[in-house]
Design a protein around this ligand. Structure first.
Ligand SMILES: Cc1cc2nc3c(=O)[nH]c(=O)nc-3n(C[C@H](O)[C@H](O)[C@H](O)COP(=O)(O)OP(=O)(O)OC[C@H]3O[C@@H](n4cnc5c(N)ncnc54)[C@H](O)[C@@H]3O)c2cc1C
Length: 269
């Protein structure tokens, strides 16, 4: 006997509804589309794969007609035709009308995704490979039940994830958070019920700032770090080797790597 299991991820065909500049290097793009009725997520650091058109294309090219064989078909398309695939985070999901927000860092020199986001306008079409099941493996922020302190570091690319994580934390959770941005204009007001101490580092070296910080005493801390790969590695080492945090209680994700495109970063992993 076989049991029908809903696929946890599927493609969503979406259009830009509106954009809003949040700061000098951050733009919020709001997407809508009928497909969003099938989109479910518990939020936090929910990651998504976004497929974007090249300049001059009216929609991203992914051979969805190949069904499960789409990946192979997509890889075989010429480089200048194949949709650009990039990883982003669900910043917010709303109903009635169904909408999602994704916050894009505008970096220089711009890559294709950053370039697309800087010019996004209502009606622009994208494809999203995202969750159809609220609790899915593309949510990595998972503190154990006995966690008595949440410690977070993220750079600009992780500000959307950290914002959503903070919104999800229940009252009474103790959290120590560092967010690193290049420009003070990118600092945002973050909402949380948690007992959170949030420090914004503006052009300040994260490892030295965190090494110098005193953490509140805790028996079972949980650490979440995401951002530029080199910083993520250094911070993971700091928490595990210098502060003695159990490595199983450290979630770390390289969101980008200085000097490498996302394809090059993935090829190295
Ligand atoms: C799970 C996950 C979630 C992510 N969530 C978000 C998110 O919500 N918002 C977001 O903005 N990014 C997010 N990122 C990071 C994003 O995928 C990368 O920054 C990506 O490289 C951007 O693509 P691009 O086409 O603009 O640049 P690419 O073509 O990939 O890279 C071009 C050049 O730009 C450099 N570069 C890439 N990103 C940056 C940056 N942020 N600052 C400076 N230089 C950079 C690269 O090193 C490379 O030299 C996430 C990544 C992962 C893995």
């Amino acid at each position: 006997m076989t049991t029908a299991v809903a696929a946890p991820f599927r493609f969503f065909s979406l259009q830009v509804v509106r954009t809003r500049r949040l700061g000098p290097s951050l733009v919020r793009v709001t997407f809508g589309g009928d497909d969003l009725q099938y989109f479910f997520s518990d939020g936090r650091d929910q990651s998504l794969s976004l497929f974007l058109p090249h300049p001059g294309q009216s929609e991203p090219q992914v051979p969805l007609e190949f069904g499960d064989g789409w990946w192979q078909g997509w890889r075989e398309l010429p480089d200048d035709v194949r949709a650009v695939m990039r990883s982003y985070t669900l910043r917010a999901l709303r109903r009635n009308p169904d909408e999602i927000d994704i916050d894009f860092v505008l970096h220089t020199p711009a890559g294709p995704a950053s370039h697309w986001a800087s010019r996004a306008a209502a009606g622009d079409r994208v494809l999203l490979l995202g969750p159809a099941i609220a609790d899915n493996r593309a949510i990595r922020f998972r503190p154990a039940d006995d966690t008595d302190l949440v410690v977070i570091w993220g750079d600009e690319t992780a500000v959307p994830a950290v914002s959503a994580i903070l919104e999800s934390l229940p009252a009474g959770t103790r959290a120590r958070v560092w967010l690193e941005v290049h420009d003070a204009g990118d600092i945002q007001d973050l909402e949380t019920d948690a007992d959170a101490e949030i420090t914004w580092l503006v052009q300040e070296e994260a490892v030295s700032a965190i090494r110098a910080a005193q953490l509140p005493p805790a028996n079972h801390p949980y650490v979440w770090i995401a951002g530029e790969s080199g910083s993520v590695k250094a911070l993971r080492r700091h928490f595990v080797q210098e502060r003695g945090v159990d490595r199983r209680r450290v979630t770390f994700v390289g969101y980008w790597r200085q000097g490498l495109t996302e394809e090059q970063l993935r090829a190295q992993e």
